[in-house]
Design a protein around this ligand. Structure first.
Ligand SMILES: [Zn+2]
Length: 303
């Protein structure tokens, strides 16, 4: 089967991850702009990061046969540095217009502060201006209230629920998000709150409409193979191939294709790669022989 992981922070991952993801059937990924763990102190640090996820990382991904897209936004945590956040806001429209950008995100609340609210709203307005979907990061603390509040704010700004993907859902938030017409994404965290087993139960309960599975793999304990692993567990538990296809591929495509920048034809016939090609004078190789070819179905290891 083919999969899309619509939330994965590849800048924090290794080439081994790319290879394993490609072998497991992941054909396309979305890298949301996020918090790097180390707080940034300058506008230039954001600029370089955004440049990397619209430039270098799509190149790196392509070298392993995976099509790469990203979302652009100021994360909620760093929105609390108001003077810097104001400067970052000036950068966003520039990057939001780049070719591989499929949403404004991930934005929303962390601690639900006044500053977070201010920059969340400003970025919703930006999404409206550039006509892009919105990826919402729901808070890990006080999740239920934070999620409801995020949807309230989106509605105050007149956002069509079909244009917003609410991420990091769990059993507590799923019903409200689906009932209100949003895309409900679930991040599969290994050995914690939202694991693959619980995801199987969510799909059994709610079906596959508007439900999206992602890994949100980053620099912390996470698993870039969470989407294919969850898909396999769903199949093993009697969930239909069609429902697995919807939750692990098609819904993400339908949600983010609304940007006009993500199409199946980008990877349908395999992503062609040539490791002898350079980006800004750099390659992913360290003295190895460059490989070229097309990553296709035949490379996928079915298990
Ligand atoms: Zn994330």
């Amino acid at each position: 089967m083919k999969f899309i992981d619509p939330h994965v922070h590849m800048s924090s991952r290794t080439t081994d991850d790319y290879q394993a993801m490609q072998k497991a059937g992941i054909v396309a990924i979305i890298e949301p702009a996020f918090w790097l763990g180390q707080p940034r102190t300058e506008k230039g640090a954001f600029k370089d990061y955004y440049s990397s996820i619209v430039g270098w990382e799509p190149f790196r991904s392509s070298q392993f046969g995976i099509k790469h897209y990203c979302t652009i936004g100021l994360n909620s945590k760093e929105a609390n540095n108001v003077p810097l956040a104001e400067q970052v806001m000036e950068l966003l429209p520039l990057y939001a217009m780049k070719d591989n950008v499929v949403a404004i995100g991930e934005i929303g609340y962390d601690d639900q502060t006044e500053a977070e609210d201010r920059f969340f709203r400003a970025q919703i307005e930006l999404a409206k201006e550039v006509n892009l979907p919105i990826l919402i990061h729901t808070p890990h603390r006080d999740k239920k209230n934070g999620t409801l509040r995020s949807m309230d704010v989106l509605e105050e700004h007149g956002i069509d629920p079909k244009m917003a993907i609410i991420d990091h859902n769990n059993e507590e938030t799923a019903k409200a998000v689906l009932d209100r017409g949003y895309w409900a994404a679930f991040t599969i965290y290994p050995r914690t709150k939202m694991g693959s087993e619980r995801m199987v139960e969510v799909v059994k309960q709610y079906g596959s409409e508007r439900i999206i599975v992602d890994s949100s793999a980053d620099w912390g304990v996470s698993d870039p193979l969470a989407v294919p692993k969850t898909a396999n567990l769903m199949l093993a538990n009697g969930i239909s191939k069609e429902d697995v296809h919807m939750t692990c591929y098609q819904n993400a495509l339908d949600a983010y294709a609304q940007s006009g920048n993500m199409k199946e034809s980008d990877w349908e016939n395999g992503v062609t790669f040539d490791q002898s090609v350079l980006y800004g004078g750099n390659s992913v190789l360290r003295g190895q022989d460059p490989v070229k070819g097309t990553a296709s179905d035949s490379d996928i290891i079915e298990n």
